[in-house]
Design a protein around this ligand. Structure first.
Ligand code: MD3
Ligand code: FE
Length: 203
């Protein structure tokens, strides 16, 4: 049971349909300025199946040179668009942390996209939680412990769900096994979008 992981707080159906549509409209506007990229693995250059962009003062990027946070889009050279107010409100209400996030990574899963087990450890500030917002098709999310190779459990993340990973959960291994096509009609062409809000630097 995922409810046993300390620091994980699940808010199923936190955003109603109108709020999901409003958020999607904000994202459609943002990706005109900051188009989705296909990140590649450091050293090998193997492409991710998930496409990514960012909002906020810092964005997470992965290329042959490594993983890092940077203030501009690697292809356009422009600053990332701002994090929408409605997204900041979710962080302020559920995050339990007294400073706003600097980064909002936007992950786009098309048919067949997944994300292998990993830890989010490129930030300086692990005292702050990661807040995740799901839109579109339902995903099978997997979470383990702080060591690779331990027990894992799964949780379905559906459109409008919010997940807060704080405390011990902040450094747990996690990933997306698969996205279930046809489970949501929010995105006309199907697929899933996940937003993760993060503090990067210490305040
Ligand atoms: C558990 N994204 O962007 S969100 C990621 O659905 C990422 O796109 C997944 O993992 C996605 O790094 C999962 C839920 C999530 C986000 C951050 C976490 C779970 C987490 C950080 C620590 C532990
Ligand atoms: Fe992650």
């Amino acid at each position: 049971m995922v409810g046993m992981i300390s620091g994980l707080k699940f808010h199923p159906g936190y955003l109603d349909l109108a709020a999901q549509q409003k958020l999607l409209a904000e994202l459609r506007a943002a990706v005109i300025t900051a188009p989705f990229l296909t990140p590649v693995m450091p050293r090998t250059g193997r492409p991710f199946t998930v496409r990514m962009t960012n909002l906020g003062t810092l964005g997470w990027v992965s290329d042959r040179g490594g993983y890092r946070y940077q203030p501009t889009h690697p292809e356009t050279g422009k600053p990332w668009p701002p994090i929408p107010e409605m997204v900041l409100e979710i962080w302020r209400k559920l995050g339990g942390y007294p400073h706003d996030p600097e980064a909002c990574l936007v992950n786009f899963y098309r048919q067949g996209a997944k994300m292998g087990l990993h830890r989010d450890a490129d930030e300086e500030d692990f005292a702050a939680p990661v807040v995740s917002i799901s839109l579109g098709d339902t995903a099978i999310f997997r979470i383990g412990g702080e060591e690779r190779g331990g027990k894992t459990e799964t949780l379905k993340l559906s459109s409008g769900d919010v997940l807060v990973m704080g405390g011990a959960a902040r450094l747990c291994y996690h990933g997306i096994d698969r996205v279930l096509s046809g489970t949501s009609s929010l995105l006309k062409e199907g697929g899933r979008i996940n937003l993760t809000l993060r503090r990067v630097r210490k305040p």
